[in-house]
Write a protein that binds this ligand. Structure first.
Ligand SMILES: *[C@@H]1O[C@H](CO)[C@@H](O)[C@H](O)[C@H]1NC(C)=O
Ligand SMILES: *[C@@H]1O[C@H](CO)[C@@H](O)[C@H](O)[C@H]1NC(C)=O
Ligand SMILES: *[C@@H]1O[C@H](CO)[C@@H](O)[C@H](O)[C@H]1NC(C)=O
Length: 421
């Protein structure tokens, strides 16, 4: 064959195949589901929006989409925006719809759906919180964004609700994730997809999987790799809910969001300690009484939540926590241990606005080893579960799991192992 013709054929072949390396052909595609606060949100204000004070939003009303969560640059330039953004990030509960929604006049959308681009924030404080180093590590072993590597950012303010109750935003996330997985598989030679989650992204993914038909799950999911999550929440998550006053005076947009959007987010109850795991162990202790996971409703009432909000914990969030089941697809769970992790909060004088004394146990700094053991029990004991491995990496924090070089190496190896299995 003439050399020119060979060249033309080679180019044509590359053009037709698109991604010519044999590595790509052998890898199972990966979809990443990041942790809390990792989906970036754009917002748009309508005339219906009532700003909390002058200057908030008036200029933006009717002006189209802007980055609400979060635009570090804009907040540096104009710190007064913080109050406005915090207000626009709040959720309200709509009793007619029986569901959470945005504040009237605020429309939101998740940025860069289906990609990992949304995991990169311009805020230096958020470096390494959202799987961006994992994306780079996967690219280092041959994965390629938009080809066999995708991201599933979501609106972290909302949460799955008990089966049968409306949770529009979670349902929409689930439909989009289902489509993403199907299309990804189709575009990768019908190979099933490896779902890799971090932190609360694991809860969203387990709920998502639980609500798909088993035949679909087994056709499209090669493996679930769940990082930094047990089952049954963490006592640490009781802290930001302790006091109204804490929520009313956050020092930054981040602090405001981390106190669960001024106690308005649906997701604030999603990782509260489960009675199944913590039973009647005292978790919040005062001189007069202590609160266990079984007393959560009393604790929330003592922390100033209204009866209606406490009822929503009981009817919407708690059944999800109690109902977690094995995903029935091959699964590897990887958690950090050996890091002091809040086990109990002591507000001895009963003042929930004060700084508690913290009693630490073992975990990754956020996820306690108890909930990891509970996960091992829940999944390991299910006779229908095909394959399950739990890996504990010593001296590894919640964030370190997706940013420390050695932990990342381990995580990537487990993904490659799942792909090759
Ligand atoms: C952030 O805000 C600045 C204005 O301060 C704007 O120029 C920029 O486009 C915004 N960034 C995004 C990602 O929207
Ligand atoms: C938080 O809520 C309190 C009362 O509900 C309100 O006074 C305060 O302005 C809110 N703070 C922010 C940052 O939205
Ligand atoms: C734990 O990790 C920290 C930070 O990565 C390191 O400085 C320390 O030496 C490690 N400790 C042990 C016991 O490995």
């Amino acid at each position: 064959m003439a050399p020119q013709l060979r060249l033309v054929l080679a180019i044509l072949l590359i053009y037709l195949i698109g991604t010519p390396t044999s590595v790509l052909a052998s890898l199972h595609p990966v979809v990443l589901v990041p942790g809390n606060t990792c989906g970036q949100l754009d917002a748009r204000l309508t005339d219906e929006y009532e700003p909390p004070g002058p200057g908030c939003g008036v200029l933006k009303q009717g002006r189209g989409w802007f980055r609400l969560w979060e635009n570090f640059t804009a907040l540096q330039e104009d710190p007064s925006l913080f109050r406005c953004y915090a207000d626009q990030l709040r959720l309200v509960y709509d009793p007619v719809a029986g569901d959470y929604r945005n504040v009237p006049g605020v429309e939101t959308r998740v940025v860069s759906i289906g990609t990992t681009r949304s995991f990169r924030f311009d805020d230096p404080a958020r470096k390494n919180v959202c799987m961006e180093a994992l994306v780079e590590a996967l690219e280092g072993v041959g994965y390629s964004e938009g080809v066999n590597l995708f991201g599933a950012p979501y609106d972290f303010r909302y949460a799955p609700a008990a089966p049968g109750l409306p949770s529009r935003v979670f349902s929409e996330f689930s439909s989009r994730l289902k489509l993403l997985i199907k299309v990804t598989s189709r575009r990768n030679g019908n190979k099933p997809v490896i779902l890799v989650t971090h932190s609360i992204g694991g809860l969203f993914s387990m709920e998502f999987l639980d609500r798909t038909p088993l035949s679909w799950r087994r056709r499209f999911i090669k493996h679930l790799v769940m990082l930094c999550l047990g089952v049954g929440g963490s006592p640490l998550n009781m802290w930001p809910l302790a006091s109204k006053t804490l929520a009313a005076n956050p020092s930054s947009l981040q602090a405001s969001v981390l106190t669960y959007g001024n106690r308005s987010f649906a997701s604030m109850f999603s990782l509260l300690p489960s009675p199944n795991v913590y039973g009647n162990t005292p978790l919040v202790i005062t001189r007069d009484r202590s609160y266990s996971a079984q007393d959560m409703a009393d604790y929330l009432a003592a922390a100033g939540f209204s009866e209606n909000v406490v009822a929503r914990y009981r009817t919407r969030a708690l059944p999800v926590t109690l109902g977690l089941r094995a995903p029935l697809v091959p699964m590897t769970s990887i958690n950090g241990i050996g890091v002091p992790t809040v086990d109990k909060l002591v507000f001895w004088d009963g003042n929930f606005c004060g700084m508690p004394q913290l009693v630490n146990g073992d975990g990754d700094g956020q996820i306690n080893v108890q909930t990891v053991l509970a996960l091992q029990g829940l999944i390991g004991d299910d006779p229908e579960q095909p394959y399950f491995k739990s890996i504990l990496i010593p001296n590894t924090t919640h964030k370190g799991m997706i940013s420390d070089e050695s932990a990342l190496k381990r995580v990537v190896n487990e993904i490659l192992r799942a792909s090759a299995s």
